[in-house]
Design a protein around this ligand. Structure first.
Ligand SMILES: [Cu+2]
Length: 234
């Protein structure tokens, strides 16, 4: 496994928090509802479209809406820019529904947010959250197997990362990435609405990509894989 460059927090804690927040849609919905009730601002259910950022970057919204109507789509879904220009994604949803901006060269690079790993049979798992109602998932091992299997949150799904051949590069949250078009996988990490990342988690709320080469760059959200968009670079 590659080391994470994002070192200012405890990744295990993030993993636990994200798993708790997302493993159960019911938990997520109840968190979203509590947040919505706590919000005193009135959310608009209107849909807004891309605005220019300065002169060379365009804004795309990953998701929109509020607790009563979360919209799972990119706005606009398709955007056209010139080579050398940038696109920035944000998440203006008023409740904590995450999205990602994920470019895949091939479907085989799709990263699920949780993935099984082998660990030594003797590995002991102790929760870092006192009295948490939590336990790792241990899928059954094959008879005679000397390792056990544990399901862990997949850093390549939830954190900003680029796979290019054999190179795996984790980016800082909210990075501006220069896309050269040969990458196998470019992922924003989970974009949360400003200030709504899970406590202790990486506060990722935007992702900017500068496109050097003309072409069509399709992308999707790895939380909602049917949520797709494209950037056409002229
Ligand atoms: Cu999404």
């Amino acid at each position: 496994m590659q080391g994470l460059e994002y070192t200012s927090l405890n990744i295990s804690k993030v993993a636990v928090i994200l798993l708790l927040a997302t493993k159960s849609r019911i938990v997520l919905i109840s968190i979203s509802l509590s947040l919505a009730l706590a919000l005193t601002t009135v959310a608009t259910s209107g849909v807004s479209y891309a605005q220019p950022i300065g002169t060379t970057a365009k804004l795309v919204h990953a998701g929109q809406g509020n607790a009563s109507s979360v919209i799972i789509a990119f706005f606009p879904q398709n955007i056209e820019i010139k080579a050398g220009e940038s696109v920035r994604w944000d998440n203006p949803t008023t409740v904590a529904e995450p999205h990602s901006v994920t470019f895949l060269k091939d479907k085989k690079f799709f990263a699920d947010y949780a993935s099984p790993f082998y660990v030594a049979n003797s590995t002991e798992f102790r929760s870092i959250i006192p009295e948490s109602n939590a336990q790792p998932t241990f899928p059954p091992s094959q008879p005679g197997e000397t390792s056990k299997i544990v399901v862990a949150v997949n850093a390549r799904a939830i954190l900003p990362v680029v796979l290019d051949g054999n190179n795996v590069t984790y980016l800082q949250p909210n990075s501006n990435y220069l896309m050269n078009g040969t990458e196998d996988y470019v992922n924003s990490g989970w974009l949360w609405p400003d200030g709504q990342a899970p406590p202790g988690g990486p506060p990722i709320s935007k992702f900017t990509v500068t496109f050097e080469k003309p072409g069509t760059y399709p992308y999707l959200c790895n939380v909602h894989p049917w949520m797709t968009g494209s950037v056409v670079v002229k």
